[in-house]
Design a protein around this ligand. Structure first.
Ligand SMILES: [Zn+2]
Length: 189
């Protein structure tokens, strides 16, 4: 059975047996918070458990590295939607140790693209439009610095209203232990 078939047949049973009932909630986060974190598989269940979050408690935005790359990109837009439309009053950026983005090497990844059939011409066409692919595909060297940077991007964003604390934390992907990098209440004072 394919992965897709697997998912679909499980889903049929999930719905018909009403296993969704214990997850019923609203789109508004009970804990009035939006979290930006990494797509890392180890955090899938660990992060909500380690932070005592149940279905309905928070909005969670995920990408590779928990990084705000562009001030008008989809991450920032999602945060603003959470704040203005979904009653989130606080923002948390949670990076993690041993993140794939800390080791990401643009040259290696572009070599893999070529191995998979992406031509040099395609890469240079993109670069000719003014996109610096190498820097776009480069991660970070320090997770706490990266978290601090993303917190700064959000906090200083011209469209974020005053009075929304933006916290920065780093989680251990094995134990779930959190280390505080930025206490958003401090910068609110
Ligand atoms: Zn990661």
């Amino acid at each position: 059975m394919s992965t897709l078939q697997d998912v679909l047949s499980f889903n049929e049973e999930f719905v018909s047996e009403k296993k969704y009932e214990r997850y019923i909630t609203t789109k508004f986060p009970n804990k009035k918070m939006v979290i930006l974190t990494c797509m890392d598989t180890r955090l899938l269940e660990l992060l909500p458990q380690a932070l005592n979050l149940a279905n309905g408690d928070v909005k969670i935005i995920k990408n590779a590295g928990a990084i705000v790359v562009h001030p008008l990109g989809s991450i920032m837009r999602s945060i603003l939607v959470a704040v203005y439309e979904l009653k989130a009053d606080e923002v948390m950026v949670i990076g993690h140790h041993d993140c794939g983005m800390s080791a990401l090497n643009a040259g290696d990844m572009m070599a893999k693209m070529k191995d998979r059939g992406i031509t040099e011409a395609t890469l240079s066409t993109i670069e000719n439009t003014g996109v610096d692919l190498k820097s776009w595909l480069t991660g970070f060297s320090s997770v706490s610095e990266s978290v601090e940077h993303s917190v700064g991007m959000i906090k200083k964003h011209p469209l974020l209203p005053a009075g929304v604390p933006v916290h920065g934390l780093v989680i251990d992907p094995k134990t779930g232990k959190l280390d505080l990098v930025v206490d958003g209440y401090e910068t609110e004072k």
